[in-house]
Design a binder for this molecule. Structure first.
Ligand code: ASP
Ligand code: CP
Length: 328
């Protein structure tokens, strides 16, 4: 295993609030969002849902161009950013089908690639395997960079859509018992969601194999916030009380030693039998893709929210694009 302790971004200079506004801002870390600005994003996302339901399309971002620059595979994040931009009337330069077809394969650096793409576009969405890569890109780019996953670091737009989904499904965030299951060490969605949840009055339960526990720096943030928190290896310890069960994939691509991956994969599977012990009103979430963590028979359970979560991603990304481009 790499001795990887994520270097989380806590750059106060980049803190976004309603006071400073979102126009022209990079979205690099969830630490940029306070509760007021989260509510603002969620209100804009609601408006985007209404817009899509009513008309499907608007010209709000007509004339604007988004570049999607993905150095790692993606289905949801890339497709939903593209859908978001196009539903708002904008256009997309899609470098999402493998950077091997771009000049990255000739050895071009991230800095030069970003400095090139900013000449053509108004905003860049970047996914990259290295922690801190989005900040590097932002340091070189005059147009906003939106972090779509920097290695095992963060995935802020995912955490925004996760929190939005919790609020939509459960009607509130404060007072909930939230259990996160799986790869808490390398799972960037877990990192970002945890950093958002410390702003709320929630109980957190972290369920993982020993080697995939939540990074210490994040656990300290949770404890410093005074939240009720416990760690366990067994999902049975949390299933009866959880209001939110947030399940994740073991991040195979982060392991140097695949034998260690084989030891921990498949440790958790959410089944209909397990859910019989869960509350009638609770929600099962997953950032996806799933590779065996949730049995397909769970999909027809009304508590299974992962595809509604996927759709929320488009509304959140429509809101983010409109906001950073000064149109919200
Ligand atoms: N799609 C999410 C991510 O890119 C979760 C995952 O891949 O397991 O972080
Ligand atoms: N949830 C998520 O980031 O999915 P993709 O990896 O498919 O973009």
């Amino acid at each position: 295993m790499p001795s990887l302790e994520p270097l989380f971004l806590n750059d106060e200079r980049r803190k976004t609030s309603l006071a400073t506004g979102f126009t022209g801002q990079d979205i690099l870390s969830v630490s940029q969002f306070d509760r007021e600005s989260l509510e603002h994003v969620f209100t804009r996302a609601h408006e985007m849902r209404e817009l899509v339901d009513r008309a499907g399309y608007s010209n709000l971002l007509k004339g604007y161009i988004l570049t999607c620059l993905f150095y790692e595979p993606s289905t949801r994040t890339s497709a939903s950013f593209i859908a978001a931009m196009e539903r708002l009337g904008g256009s997309v330069i899609p470098i999402t089908q493998g950077v091997q077809f771009s000049s990255v394969s000739k050895g071009e650096t991230l800095a030069d690639t970003v400095r090139t793409l900013e000449q053509y576009s108004d905003v860049i969405v970047l996914r990259h395997p290295e922690i801190g890569s989005a900040r590097v890109a932002a340091d070189y780019s005059a147009v906003p960079i939106i972090n779509a996953g920097d290695g095992a670091g963060e995935h802020p737009s995912q955490a925004l859509l996760d929190l939005f989904t919790i609020q939509q499904e459960m009607g509130r965030i404060d007072g909930l018992k939230i259990a996160m299951v799986g790869d808490l060490r390398f799972g960037r969605t877990v990192h970002s969601l945890t950093k958002l949840l410390v702003q709320y009055d929630v109980s957190l339960r972290f369920v993982s194999p020993e080697i995939l526990r939540l990074p210490l720096v994040l656990m300290n943030e949770v404890k410093d916030a005074g939240l009720n928190v416990r760690e366990t290896h067994d999902v049975a310890d949390v299933i009866e009380n959880a209001d939110v069960l947030y399940v994740t994939r073991v991040q195979k691509e982060r392991f140097n030693d695949l034998t260690q991956y084989e030891e921990v994969r498949g440790q958790y599977e959410i089944t209909t039998e397990l859910l019989e012990r869960a509350k009638a009103k609770m929600v099962v979430m997953h950032p996806l893709p799933r590779v065996g963590e949730i049995h397909y028979s769970v999909d027809s359970d009304p508590r299974a929210a992962y595809f509604r979560q996927v759709k929320n991603g488009m509304f959140i990304r429509m809101a983010l694009l409109a906001m950073v481009l000064g149109k919200a």
